[in-house]
Design a protein around this ligand. Structure first.
Ligand code: ZN
Length: 221
């Protein structure tokens, strides 16, 4: 999930409050683009609540596409190869997830075109593959990721990739247990299951608004 620390709309505190009260989630991973600041603030805010646990993560813009690092202690710098990025995540005890591996767009941001790592998801030492991404319009990319992972047998993850509150929980990962440690064990042993839930109409409209606003933001950058 993304916060105001990168291109998300909710602040870390708003995200935590919503996920705890409304979305029925036990664990969330805050993974802002190329920074762990949002995740650290979310974790601090959640520490005062009993039910919701926050994993400190980052969506790293590697040279070869987006890679999610979970259970991070330090920021992983963007711009490295996918192999070096996965290595750097593992080096600090984190888990590396191939985010939306087959998503492609020609949109340019500061660090180059935006996309997933594609078939590198099968070649590198990923701990899991995101097979359900809740971004509207990702159906085909998700199908391809499912296919890829059938052959791989890596842990499957459902991630909302939420940039707005309405997206929280629209894709999710089921696992035995309710804590960050339990999720980690489930990923490591391949016991996760990715799920999906429909958007409400208002949520889709707000996502469209976010998209417009975000394009403008990207153009200015
Ligand atoms: Zn991404």
């Amino acid at each position: 999930m993304h916060t105001t620390a990168s291109d998300g709309w909710p602040s870390p505190a708003q995200l935590v409050d919503h996920a705890a009260r409304r979305a029925g989630l036990n664990v969330i991973a805050v993974t802002d683009h190329d920074t762990i600041e949002g995740a650290l603030r979310a974790a601090e805010h959640a520490a005062r609540r009993r039910r919701l646990h926050v994993i400190v993560g980052e969506e790293v813009s590697s040279r070869d596409g987006h890679i999610i690092g979970l259970f991070l202690e330090r920021r992983v710098k963007p711009g490295m190869s996918a192999a070096a990025t996965v290595h750097s995540i593992h080096d600090q005890g984190g888990l590396a997830i191939a985010a939306h591996p087959f998503w492609r767009t020609t949109r340019q941001v500061r660090n180059g075109p935006v996309h997933g790592v594609g078939w590198l998801a099968a070649e590198l030492d990923f701990d899991g593959v995101e097979v359900e991404n809740a971004t509207p319009g990702f159906y085909l990319f998700n199908q391809l990721a499912h296919r890829l992972n059938l052959g791989l047998g890596a842990a499957e993850l459902g991630c909302s990739d939420a940039h707005i509150i309405d997206a929280v929980g629209r894709a999710f990962t089921e696992f035995p247990g309710t804590t960050t440690e339990a999720l980690r064990r489930a990923i490591e042993s391949g016991e996760t299951r990715a799920g999906r839930q429909r958007y409400r109409a208002m949520g889709l409209m707000r996502y469209a608004a976010w998209g417009l606003n975000h394009e403008r933001y990207v153009a200015v950058v």
